[in-house]
Design a protein around this ligand. Structure first.
Ligand SMILES: Nc1ncnc2c1ncn2[C@@H]1O[C@H](COP(=O)(O)OP(=O)(O)OP(=O)(O)O)[C@@H](O)[C@H]1O
Ligand SMILES: [Mg+2]
Length: 1081
């Protein structure tokens, strides 16, 4: 627990007393008064030490919320006001932390709230134990087993609308961490007689009503049932509905719970079929048939119902019918079949219904156990919760009540034993002397019932087994004989005349003084119920059913397993199981919840003193308190005690530094409590009288007021002081900051003022200096100027006599002249050679001579050219002129031209006037021959050439036969030559065109070929120009037309690679085309 957590105690804000142990004075009145006071304030729980008394409020109180669960979780038992959660928490924690198996024993009479209490404990444990998907499923299954078992095992009785008609003990198993693993349910003797008959104002088991109200039409049809309760003999009509209970809704809850617990759909269906079958069994009626030997034999009256049951359960109708009419007894390998009379048939029918139902119930418990059993074999811790039918007294009490009350008697005993033992053990543990205390021990009553030799049960068994005629009255007789002297047994038949006149005790009854009161038992039915016999024919009929569930419920019907030995009687079975339960409980740490019923009206807010008083008495609660207080009423661990009362003594307040026990000693001595009032145990202080505790509490309360004031005072002082200190320090901080700020501001202001003043002064000073400097500079300038002028004047005055006017200009001109002289002389020496092609020229000495220098160079060049030209003779000049002409005509126009440049134009290559071969020709021409050479005249027919001598004179050109050397083939005056055509390539072909209409034109144009074509054309051109002053047209093109007589033929020049020959050749392609192939250069 953290230091800050407020420690509370049960003793805080108590209404009445939370723990009865503190009751002072301890009387029955004060006890009940305390209960009533608390009950009126909705405090339904009260402690007696560690036992919880719970009073049924008969209404839902807001004390089971999740918040409450949290409040009680992990708190000490006495820390908060009494609650069932405190007990559950204590049990769970000691199971988890101290590894102690626990059992929670819930006792009280019918309707006192045991079942509700057990559910509260379970739900609390479920809420506080571990979480997780798997754990949650286990929890859910454990919790959901309740609605299923309640539907089948609870019924409305006059005492309780939801009365448990069976005993239930459930072991919840946990692992070492405290997480639930699973559980085991044990059931004890279901009150099966209720199936066939219910007392007035009571109902059959809930499930019948739930099924009829809640099942769908469809399902009812399948089960062959009708919704109307009144149709069924087994459902008493007077209280078919219970106020505040919705059977249909409960049916849905039950089915849902069955699903959660793990019932398969077909299992649920089978269960409901059986429930239906039981209901329908009640409707089978019998009639007497015939008399054989004075015996009437029964027959089923209306076979329809029987048929439906057989269909529902898969039984052959005849088998069941026979089982209701005959009874087979087997004795010593002999089978004797006797008929049943009507009464016996009814008895058989009811026995079957009861058996069917109770076996179904046992099967349900086993089936649930199968689902909820722990899935591990690890060691488990166990918390058992016992919720058994409460002690009950009806108008007519039978075997069932006897059994139920016996069970309660046993529980009371174990309560007495364990509480006493525990109390005793605590004293021993704590080393305190134990003083014996008187209390009523009910072991005598238990002995009366269960004693093996002369107990009531033993005698009942004996009577059942005895051969001969045995009836309930023979049993009663026997009781009367044997138990007559027992102080808790009362019977009118008893010889002790004490009860002979007691008319409240009928003859067929006996009465037992139970610990909880006297109960009158009617012996009728005791034998029968104890025997619990089902005719073998019936069990065999059931075993034969074609319905797996019903077959499994009746293994004794299997003829192969016939057991002639009698099964143990119901009473002895119950006795054994109770004995086992008791043994089981004794190994566990017990926790008690004692339930009390406040009124008989099942109403809230009503507290009937007499009723409560009765229960307080028989539950032995007063004894419980007395035992608890024997010697010491109150005990508390030293630490808790010191913590609670330490403020009562200066030495222990506020802190005790030593052992808690020493602290308590100091405390008690200081308070001057008489030494006999308390005792020191090993870990606890034991206080004898509650008064002492109350006086301690009183003092504590008063002291707490004082302490509260003190704390308040100190707190207020502290609060004000801290506030003051905080404010003071805040004020100092604020002031400091403000001062700093103000000083900063002031400083900045002063500083900036200083700077301004300073700057003004500096400016003023600087300006003053500047002014002075400027003045000084001006003075100096003035002085210099004046000095310069003065010097000038001085010098001029001095040198005037040496200078004449315009001397400067002359000197300048002279200087220039000198420079020019020097320039020309230098140029003369550096003049380059006379060759016009020499491009060298000396560098320019002065920039101003630039244009002169360039001009001189140009002139020099022209001059060298002129000199060069002057060397030529007239003849050579003419040759050059011709060459020049050729260049103008052909340069960059004809590819042949460059090769002609280096060759001198000789003109008469044939030397006509000298060569004797051409003597005759020479005489024929008469004129001076300008050009003579052999050319090829191209033949139009085949493109081949014929050699001709080409002659050119001043006026005409001629073509002369080369072979004869003088036969003139054609003569064309130059005036009739209009144009010349040739290619741009390196070939020698050319065409000479003659003016049309002339005599020369008759033969057409001439297509010739000569290496000297350049020279020929140049000369032709010059001669033509000289003669006619008109230029002959020269056409340079790679394709031109030539007029041969009438035809025009196209001459085309094509370049070929040099591979195809080095000379151009002409070929006739067709009539109109001559192709000249020219090798490319
Ligand atoms: N703590 C409670 N808060 C509100 N109602 C309660 C409480 N305890 C019991 N009741 C009411 O009292 C009725 C009877 O309680 P319960 O069934 O627990 O009695 P019982 O002791 O088990 O009786 P029986 O011995 O007949 O089984 C409940 O149906 C419920 O209405
Ligand atoms: Mg109950």
């Amino acid at each position: 627990m953290s230091k800050m957590e407020v420690k509370t105690s049960l003793l805080d804000n108590m209404i009445g007393l939370g723990d009865m142990v503190l009751l002072e004075p301890l009387t029955e009145e004060s006890f009940i008064e305390n209960l009533r006071k608390r009950f009126d304030h909705n405090e339904i729980y009260t402690y007696i030490g560690s036992v919880v008394i719970s009073i049924n409020p008969y209404r839902s109180l807001p004390i089971y919320t999740p918040d409450k669960v949290e409040e009680y979780r992990n708190r000490n038992f006495y820390e908060l006001s009494p609650h069932i959660y405190a007990l559950a928490d204590e049990a769970y924690r000691s199971l988890r932390d101290q590894d102690k198996d626990q059992c929670i024993l819930i006792t009280g009479e019918s309707g006192a709230g045991k079942t509700e209490a057990s559910k509260l404990v379970m739900s609390y444990v479920a809420a506080v134990c571990g979480k997780g998907a798997e754990v949650n499923q286990v929890k859910e299954q454990l919790l959901q087993s309740n609605p299923v078992l309640e539907a089948f095992g609870n019924a409305k009785t006059v005492r309780n609308d939801n009365s448990s008609r069976f005993g239930k003990y459930m072991d919840v198993e946990f692992d070492f961490k405290g997480d639930p693993l699973g559980g085991v349910i044990s059931n004890y003797l279901l009150e099966k007689s209720r199936v066939v008959k219910q007392p007035r104002g009571e109902r059959n088991f809930h499930i019948f009503y739930q099924l009829l109200s809640g099942a769908s039409e469809d399902m009812l049809k399948k089960l062959k049932l009708e919704r109307d309760f009144s149709k069924y003999n087994y459902l008493s009509l007077d209280s078919a509905t219970v106020t505040g209970v919705d059977d249909a809704a409960s049916f849905r809850t039950v089915r849902n719970a069955m699903q959660i617990v793990g019932f398969m759909d077909d299992e649920t269906q089978s269960v409901l079929e059986l429930v239906g079958a039981v209901l329908k069994l009640g409707n089978i009626e019998f009639k007497p048939e015939s008399r054989v030997n004075d015996m009437d034999e029964s027959r089923v009256k209306d076979k329809n119902e029987l048929k439906e049951i057989c269909e529902l359960l898969g039984i052959e109708q005849s088998v069941l019918e026979r089982a209701f009419s005959f009874r087979t007894v087997e004795a010593k390998q002999e089978k004797v079949s006797t008929t049943l009379n009507v009464a016996q048939a009814y008895y058989a029918r009811d026995a079957l219904a009861k058996n069917l139902y109770s076996r179904l119930f046992t099967w349900l418990v086993n089936r649930i156990n199968e689902s909820i059993k722990a899935q591990t074999k690890k060691r488990k811790k166990v918390m058992g919760v016992l919720d058994i039918y409460g002690f009950e007294i009806f108008e007519e009490n039978s075997f069932e009540q006897f059994i139920i009350n016996y069970c309660n008697e046993k529980l009371q005993q174990i309560f007495i034993e364990l509480t006493l033992r525990e109390e005793q053990e605590e004293y021993i543990r704590e080393g305190i002397e134990w003083t014996h205390i008187e209390y009523f021990n009910n072991s005598v009553i238990c002995d009366l019932i269960e004693n093996n030799t002369n107990g009531i049960m033993a005698m009942l068994d004996e009577e059942c087994l005895r051969p001969g005629t045995v009836t309930d009255s023979t049993f009663l007789e026997k009781l009367n004989q044997i138990c007559a002297d027992h102080q808790h047994f009362e019977s009118r038949m008893s010889k002790s005349s004490k009860f002979l006149n007691d008319h409240s005790l009928p003859h067929n009854c006996f009465r037992i003084q139970h610990y909880a009161g006297k109960v009158l038992y009617h012996v009728e039915g005791f034998m029968d119920k104890n025997n619990d016999l089902l005719y073998r024919d019936l069990s065999q009929a059931m075993w034969k059913a074609n319905h797996s569930l019903i077959k499994s419920l009746f293994p004794d019907g299997n003829p192969a397993k016939i057991n002639l030995k009698r099964p143990p009687t119901a009473g002895s079975q119950f006795k054994t199981s109770v004995a086992t339960l008791m043994k089981n409980l004794q190994t566990k740490n017990p926790n008690y919840i004692r339930c009390i019923k406040p009124n008989d009206q099942k109403a809230s807010h009503i507290f009937t003193d007499s009723l409560v008083c009765h229960q307080v008495r028989y539950l032995g609660l007063m004894e419980n308190v007395r035992v608890r207080r024997a010697g010491y009423a109150f005990r508390q661990p030293y630490e808790a005690c010191l913590e609670r009362y330490k403020m009562l003594c200066k030495q222990t307040w506020p802190h005790w530094r030593g052992q808690a026990r020493d602290g308590v000693e100091v405390l008690l001595k200081d308070l001057q409590i008489p030494a006999e009032e308390y005792s020191y145990g090993r870990s606890k202080i034991f206080i004898r009288n509650p008064r002492t505790l109350f006086s301690l509490e009183e003092q504590r309360k008063r002291r707490l007021h004082g302490l509260a004031t003190l704390i308040q005072k100190i707190f207020r002082g502290w609060k004000t002081r801290t506030r003051f200190l905080l404010m003071k320090s805040s004020q100092v901080t604020v002031a400091a900051w403000y001062r700093r700020y103000a000083q900063q501001k002031k400083y900045k202001k002063t500083k900036s003022s200083a700077v301004i003043v300073q700057s003004f002064i500096r400016g003023w000073k600087a300006r003053k200096i500047l002014r002075e400097l400027k003045y000084q500079k001006r003075c100096e300038e003035a002085v210099t100027t004046i000095g310069a002028y003065w010097h000038g004047t001085q010098v001029r005055r001095e040198y005037r006599k040496f200078f004449r006017a315009h001397a400067g200009k002359r000197i300048y001109e002279f200087t220039i002249q000198r420079i020019m002289q020097k320039y020309f002389l230098e140029l003369k020496n550096k003049t380059p050679s006379m060759s016009p092609s020499d491009k060298t020229w000396p560098a320019r000495p002065y920039l101003f001579l630039d244009s002169t220098h360039k001009e001189l160079r140009r002139i020099f060049h022209l001059w060298t050219c002129k000199k060069y030209r002057g060397q030529f003779t007239d003849q050579k000049k003419a040759i050059y002129e011709e060459k020049l002409e050729a260049s103008e005509l052909f340069k960059e126009k004809k590819a042949l031209y460059p090769s002609s440049v280096a060759q001198p134009f000789q003109g008469d290559y044939l030397e006509i006037n000298k060569n004797p071969r051409y003597q005759k020709l020479n005489s024929l021409v008469e004129e001076k021959i300008i050009f003579a050479d052999v050319v090829n005249k191209i033949n139009r027919a085949n493109g081949k050439g014929t050699q001709r001598i080409f002659l050119l004179t001043k006026n005409k050109f001629m073509l002369v036969d080369q072979k004869s050397g003088h036969q003139i083939k054609s003569t064309v005056p130059l005036a009739e030559l209009t144009s010349v055509s040739m290619s741009a390539q390196s070939d020698g072909f050319f065409a000479l065109r003659v003016k049309e209409g002339t005599t020369a034109a008759a033969k057409g144009d001439f297509l010739l070929n000569s290496e000297r074509v350049i020279e020929i054309i140049t000369k032709l051109y010059r001669a033509g120009l000289n003669l006619t002053k008109e230029k002959i047209q020269i056409e340079i093109t790679d394709e031109f037309l030539v007029q041969f007589k009438q035809d025009k033929v196209c001459v085309k020049f094509i370049q070929t690679s040099p591979k195809n020959g080095t000379t151009a050749s002409c070929k006739r392609k067709n009539n109109r085309l001559l192709e000249v192939t020219v090798p490319s250069p």
